[in-house]
Design a binder for this molecule. Structure first.
Ligand code: IMP
Length: 437
């Protein structure tokens, strides 16, 4: 069984908790795109783990974790995270963590270029995480990137650094910054690459073998659908493909071997960084945004940036369901809405008085959208920790059912708090089957 798990909105939907819940039932958890721009928070008892590069499955000692070929890996961040996890009592060995030889490395000049690129864009900046993700993918597409396998040869690593830096330095200097020195970069990266060597693996072959042995594989998407470089709110996107198709490419798994796709959807929407956000709570709704931000702890788990908050957007989520082919949805953060007397849901879009039925491709069109809202009554009572659907307040159940009907996909799991056991699994859902199988 191979299941892909993907955020349906702009990220931070609560994937970390859901992957952590499912990881128990899976033998292998693999990431297939992105890098340490991700930030997944997982709470286990008193312990809080923040995962950036590593799949959330790493917390389960029985799971084997994979960083797939579609990822961009900063070797420094990789070992910082490993050391942090080790300090928190998680044992990480090459037996349980495999890094694709075909993944690309994020180099120090990629970080510098992420800064200059944002500076150049000025008011139109993307609001990236400044981790060098975009420039690393640019080098990959430009066929000059340094892959993990290439870096294993010290001569090749040195040569590629020197050659790539020549170009990178031209831009860095143009922006009034000190040029970087190839020797410094090599001396910083070479020991990290040596430390990486035992983790390196032909991961697509490893995954193919695991599948043959009937192992259960979870493919964990980072970022989310609306940040996808092809399908998201371009150019305000990340540089990879979090959508389901990206899982096949980024893990090296044939598409028809994927058994199911799980979408993670939050009961409201958030976004970090710049870019259009049709249902954003602005102006007179700022108090509501503050309430949600505070109740939902909507601050970046890595960057600590306050997240922009908005109402649930059914048009965008339908688009995500269509692109990814969700078989089931995990609805997170129901309890965050406990305090609200009324809850708005965007059920349609209008631009200049005209109804828009599809998700617009152009960011400026998205900015002009007037959301059509339906207002539902809040339940104004506690749902924290509820584990059975029938025990939720009637209005909360109606809200969940309304969202499911709007998206056109079952909601198979509802999260009622950050802890593992604060979860409802809906009876007879596809999701329940994945837990049982
Ligand atoms: P980059 O991935 O650092 O290039 O950033 C591109 C856009 O994606 C920015 O708007 C970031 O805020 C957003 N982004 C990147 N990673 C995440 C994530 O894990 N959660 C939410 N937004 C993200």
């Amino acid at each position: 069984m191979i299941i892909v798990i993907i955020g349906a909105q702009w990220g931070d939907e609560g994937k970390g908790k859901v992957v952590d819940l499912l990881a128990d039932r899976f033998d292998v958890v693999a990431r297939y795109q992105g890098g340490h721009n991700a930030g997944h928070s997982v709470y286990v008892g008193e312990k809080a783990f923040v995962l950036r590069l590593l799949p959330s499955g790493i917390i389960h000692e029985e799971s084997t974790c994979v960083l797939g070929n579609g990822m961009v890996i900063d070797p420094k961040a990789f070992f910082e995270e490993i050391d942090q996890m080790t300090a928190q009592g998680i044992s990480i060995t090459p037996e349980r963590l495999k890094v694709s030889s075909r993944a690309h490395l994020i180099m120090p000049y990629h970080r510098a270029l992420d800064h200059t690129s944002e500076e150049r864009l000025g008011n139109e900046k993307i609001g990236t995480t400044l981790r060098g993700i975009g420039p690393a993918y640019e080098d990959k597409a430009g066929r000059r990137g340094i892959r993990v396998a290439d870096a294993m040869s010290p001569e090749l690593l040195k040569l590629r650094i020197e050659r790539n830096l020549e170009e990178a330095n031209r831009i860095i200097v143009l922006f009034g910054q000190q040029p970087l020195r190839a020797d410094d970069i090599y001396n910083e990266i070479a020991p990290l690459v040596e430390r990486l060597r035992p983790f390196v693996c032909e991961t697509s072959h490893f995954l193919a073998e695991a599948r043959k042995q009937k192992k259960r594989i979870l493919l964990e998407g980072a970022q989310a659908t609306l940040l996808d470089v092809d399908h998201g709110t371009y150019p305000y996107v990340t540089s990879s493909n979090p959508t389901a198709g990206g899982a096949s490419v980024g893990a090296g798994i044939p598409p028809h071997h994927i058994t199911g796709v799980l979408g993670i959807v939050r009961t409201y929407a958030t976004r970090v960084g710049e870019g259009p956000f049709p249902t954003e709570m602005l102006d007179e709704e700022e108090d509501m945004a503050n309430l949600i931000r505070q109740r939902g702890n909507e601050y970046g788990s890595v960057t600590k940036r306050p997240r922009r908050c908005g109402w649930f957007d059914a048009v965008a989520t339908r688009y995500a369901a269509e692109l990814n082919g969700f078989d089931s949805i995990a609805l997170t953060k129901l309890d965050v809405l406990d305090a609200l007397e009324e809850i708005k849901v965007c059920i349609g879009y209008e631009i200049e008085g005209k109804r828009v039925d599809t998700f617009p491709a152009v960011s400026n069109d998205l900015r002009m959208i007037k959301p059509i809202y339906e207002t539902l009554p809040g339940w104004v009572s506690e749902t924290v920790g509820v584990t059975e659907f029938s025990k939720l307040p009637e209005k909360a159940r109606a809200y969940v059912e309304f969202l499911s009907a709007q998206i056109g996909v079952e909601i198979g799991l509802i999260s009622t708090g950050p802890e593992r056991d604060q979860t409802v699994i809906l009876k007879d859902s596809v999701m329940e089957g994945w837990f049982k199988d």
